[in-house]
Design a protein around this ligand. Structure first.
Ligand code: ATP
Ligand code: ATP
Ligand code: MG
Ligand code: MG
Ligand code: MG
Ligand code: MG
Ligand code: MG
Length: 278
């Protein structure tokens, strides 16, 4: 076909591979959410429905992409850590950034009515996305510490600001009531959201006969139990399906994504979950 005389334009499309063997940190952030939150009457300083919707969208992204090992969210942003060995889309930068940003955005819109019933969207929200590469575990730890410290600083500022706007006696609010109660605020507001896969998913069971519950935790692997690493889990772990169907699906590891609101600046979170930085 005469088409061939046009195909040279394809050569202008340059490859954009991300350096192998490095941690990929993907972050997205709501576009002009100051305005978006005003237009949709988010409660100030922290609208819990909006935060839960962000968590939901993040969980959908993690479910679709098993190479995401950790996610952290606050305000209108979410960060996702991809294992350093990931070969997702051959590590093509724009493919990864655009696809993940798009999935998050569509999930946010898709699930909006569950969190804001009887409050239709006034216009389509959007998110920007970027990837930063980090060479070492220390960089990754420091990255998440940076984001969680930001959560704290913003929440402290916003809580004080809105207390002053909405409250009566400023001095009383600032120096007595507010100072004392800050640590009793919902941990979600102070710490943000942390999403990760539970380690129990590292083991799955291939026998037809023996249900997992009947195998004691300490039983050595005798050929009955086959541990499978998350690495191989191209599996879309849609674990919500019927139990009958999932009998056959037991060849694929069942992953569970947990959402908690805890400290990730100190060592405990990481020491208890060494697989995250594997
Ligand atoms: P940009 O497009 O540059 O990101 P932006 O307006 O989104 O601009 P951000 O720095 O991302 O600016 O701040 C997001 C803003 O969205 C917050 O300052 C806050 O006003 C609002 N916001 C986001 N989530 C919530 C929430 N759950 N509850 C209340 N307000 C929120
Ligand atoms: P990739 O994720 O790499 O883009 P892809 O499956 O989306 O993979 P494309 O090359 O983008 O591959 O092709 C999109 C495909 O979607 C088309 O080949 C066609 O099969 C289907 N498709 C898209 N739009 C339509 C449409 N309007 N009607 C019928 N089929 C469509
Ligand atoms: Mg911003
Ligand atoms: Mg924003
Ligand atoms: Mg933001
Ligand atoms: Mg196409
Ligand atoms: Mg396509």
């Amino acid at each position: 076909m005469a088409n061939s005389k046009y195909t040279y334009v394809r050569d202008f499309e340059l490859p954009d591979p991300l350096l192998p063997g490095t941690f990929m940190l993907f972050r997205l952030d709501g576009h002009s959410f100051h305005r978006f939150s005003d237009m949709h009457e988010f409660k100030k300083p922290n609208d819990i429905r909006a935060l839960q919707l962000m968590d939901h969208a993040a969980k959908d992204v993690m479910t679709e992409y098993p190479d995401i090992v950790l996610a952290f969210g606050e305000s209108d942003e979410f960060s996702f850590l991809l294992r350093k060995s990931t070969s997702l889309y051959n590590r093509r930068q724009s493919k990864i950034v655009s696809t993940l940003t798009s999935l998050f955005t569509s999930s946010y819109v898709f699930h909006w009515p569950e969190y804001f019933p009887n409050y239709p969207l006034k216009y389509p929200p959007s998110f920007d996305g970027r990837i930063v590469l980090y060479p070492t575990e220390k960089h990754v730890r420091d990255y998440f510490a940076w984001r969680q410290a930001d959560t704290h600083i913003n929440n402290l500022y916003n809580t004080t600001f809105w207390a002053l706007i909405q409250g009566g006696d400023k001095h009383e609010i600032l120096f007595s009531r507010f100072a004392i109660n800050y640590n009793r605020l919902d941990a979600r507001f102070r710490k943000g959201s942390v999403l990760f896969r539970t380690e129990t998913t590292l083991t799955h069971y291939t026998t037809e006969a023996m249900p997992p519950e009947s195998i004691p935790e300490a039983t050595p692997t005798t050929g009955v139990v086959t541990p499978v690493s998350l690495e191989s889990s191209k599996a879309k772990s849609k674990s919500k399906g019927s139990t009958e169907k999932s009998k056959q699906k037991q060849k694929q590891p069942q992953t569970k994504i947990e959402i908690i609101h805890c400290d990730i600046i100190q060592d405990d979170f990481w020491n208890e979950r060494p697989w995250i930085l594997d």
